[in-house]
Design a protein around this ligand. Structure first.
Ligand SMILES: NC(=O)c1ccc[n+]([C@@H]2O[C@H](COP(=O)([O-])OP(=O)(O)OC[C@H]3O[C@@H](n4cnc5c(N)ncnc54)[C@H](OP(=O)(O)O)[C@@H]3O)[C@@H](O)[C@H]2O)c1
Length: 246
């Protein structure tokens, strides 16, 4: 049995994860923690193998490092990591001989959307991302949008050749959105959404839109259970994205 702690257990994602881990074969929930609880002591007392973190961007890095230092494997859905943070986690994971997983999106449909975007960007290099989330989301853009931009640029480093000239026509600051590298990202925050994203490609006389909609947080749970189940057998170091364990 893999012993699992949920950190952020009272939150929207944490409470779904508690139900999913309780229902999963091969996993046993050993603690539910929230802000103010002692994460390190709890890991040591329960001898947890894995800690799932769904907290908030401000605490995601310190929680992840604390989990590794206490001898457990972080499976982190919390967003807001910089490239420098990811390198720091990878280095500590290797030093400690423990795997870490950071998963910008646990929904299989979103992972597939990223893979299709990677393929499309080889043939249609003009592309922008629009992501839609509930207004309670604390960071912008979403981790999924950032990861999508990264996979697009890995696949085709020359995307959006006219990006600079398009930006110079901006009459209202921010009208063209932000950008991760060469990929513009527009973040919408409105009631009614859980998490949705469109990756829009433009070509001569045509557009292609890849769209994924999460309509309930249970969509993330098969991915959370899979990541917990795989974390104990992964090599030390950072695994970034669910696609590596599918
Ligand atoms: N990877 C994915 O597939 C995925 C999917 C959806 C969301 N997310 C991300 O997951 C994170 C959580 O989202 P959510 O909607 O569940 O947020 P939420 O409803 O605000 O839940 C966060 C929970 O964490 C607690 N918390 C805050 N700081 C903490 C700390 N330092 N230690 C322990 N617990 C802490 C909060 O307690 P208080 O309320 O007392 O502060 C709250 O119970 C966000 O970054 C979100 O973007 C990821």
């Amino acid at each position: 049995m893999i012993k699992v702690i949920i950190n952020g257990a009272s939150g929207r994602m944490g409470s779904e994860s508690v139900k999913a881990v309780n229902a999963a074969e091969g996993l046993t929930l050993v603690a539910q923690l929230d802000a103010g609880d002692d994460l390190v002591s709890s890991i040591k007392e329960t001898q947890a193998d894995v800690v799932v973190d769904f907290t908030q961007p401000d605490s995601a890095l310190s929680n992840t490092l604390a989990i590794l230092n206490a001898g457990a494997r972080p499976v982190v859905g919390t967003t807001g990591f910089t490239d420098e943070n990811l390198n720091q986690i990878d280095t500590l994971s290797k030093e400690k001989g423990l795997a870490s997983m950071i998963v910008p999106n646990f929904a299989i449909g979103a992972v597939l959307m990223m893979q299709f975007a990677k393929e499309a960007s080889k043939h249609l290099p003009d592309v922008e991302i629009i992501e839609y989330h509930h207004p309670g989301k604390k960071d912008s853009p979403s981790g999924t949008a950032v990861k999508t931009a990264e996979v697009i640029m890995e696949s085709n480093p020359n995307v959006n050749p006219d990006l600079e000239s398009l930006k110079s026509t901006e009459l209202i600051e921010g009208a063209r959105g932000g950008a991760k590298g060469r990929v513009p990202i527009h973040s919408v925050r409105l009631p009614g959404y859980v998490a949705s994203q469109e990756v829009v490609f433009g070509g001569l006389g045509q557009t292609l839109t890849l769209r994924h909609d999460t309509i309930h947080r249970e969509s993330f749970m098969p991915g959370v259970v899979l990541a917990c189940s795989k974390a104990t057998s992964l090599a030390p170091g950072l695994t970034y994205g669910l696609e590596h364990v599918l």
